[in-house]
Design a protein around this ligand. Structure first.
Ligand code: B1M
Length: 210
């Protein structure tokens, strides 16, 4: 059985072709997509983040690792997502303004799709106005906000305020997440729920009814 460390190491090397190949091989060996994701890909990305923090890695290394993660996620995606006609409703998701990180946000989107939600992904660097417009036109049950930067995480509050000003706050539940986000921060800004990870976001969505 393939060790997940091989995937984590190939990811740290930024070897997209190898990471995608190993991911495919692990799936063929019957290793669950969730294990590959958590113990291989996310674990590898955590090491990249740690090395970046210690100045052992610089931006180019982080970028190639992120590219390798995306290549693996293309392979995992069909296995994480169940197809089916049933829909739990629409989820609008995006990374808040000023923030370009999208790997975690994409994972949350995939898990939501896997749980039979229709996902409208607004991308990264999304302004409060764009969130408001999407809620107005798509009438989602849930909005998921992602933030990876402490410098811009307060923009989550701006989205919630903008929804209130547009008279839409009561029509939708707002879930927040991302590395610097906490339960306490969630309560402070008046969001409806927080999840530390993508699978938890689905659980949280199920417990909320708008
Ligand atoms: Co940046 N970066 N980065 N980065 N980056 C971090 C976040 C950082 C912690 C690295 C570090 O210093 N150790 C640090 C932030 C420090 C802080 O604010 N406290 C940082 C910094 C400083 C920066 C720049 C400012 C660097 C610079 O320019 N000097 C810059 C900012 C650019 C910008 O956004 N304006 C920058 C740029 C980049 C890259 C472009 C190079 C690249 C992003 C590529 C991309 O996303 N397409 C990048 C990367 C890859 C990282 C690290 C290494 C990895 C992030 C990641 O993808 N993790 C990261 C260090 C780290 O986190 N270990 C770092 C894997 C992903 C699966 O986890 O996104 O946390 P995560 O998502 C999780 C949960 O958080 C949660 O579920 C996911 C999985 O279960 N979750 C949600 C996420 N969103 C959710 C939404 C929900 C629920 C759960 O809604 C309900």
């Amino acid at each position: 059985m393939m060790s997940m460390e091989r995937i984590a190491e190939a990811l740290q090397d930024g070897n997209s072709v190898e990471v995608a190949r190993l991911t495919e091989e692990a799936l063929i060996q019957g290793i669950s997509p969730a294990v590959i994701l958590r113990q291989g890909l996310v674990a590898g990305m955590d090491v990249v983040g740690e090395k970046f923090r210690r100045d052992e890695f610089f931006m180019p290394e982080v970028l190639v690792a992120a590219k390798a993660m995306k290549a693996a996620m293309l392979v995992l995606r069909p296995r994480l997502i169940e197809t089916g006609a049933r829909s739990e409703g629409t989820v609008v998701i995006g990374t808040i303004q000023g923030d370009l990180h999208d790997i975690g946000k994409n994972l949350v989107g995939m898990f939501m799709e896997g749980a039979a939600y229709r996902v409208a992904d607004l991308g990264v660097d999304v302004s409060p106005e764009r969130f408001v417009e999407a809620v107005r036109t798509l009438q989602p049950r849930i909005v998921c906000l992602s933030s990876l930067l402490t410098t811009t995480m307060s923009r989550m509050r701006d989205v919630i305020d903008a929804l209130s000003q547009a008279g839409l706050r009561d029509s939708v539940k707002v879930l927040v997440g991302g590395a610097p986000v906490t339960e306490e921060f969630c309560r402070d800004i008046g969001a409806d729920g927080y999840s530390p990870d993508a699978a938890g976001a689905v659980e949280k969505a199920r417990t909320l009814r708008s």
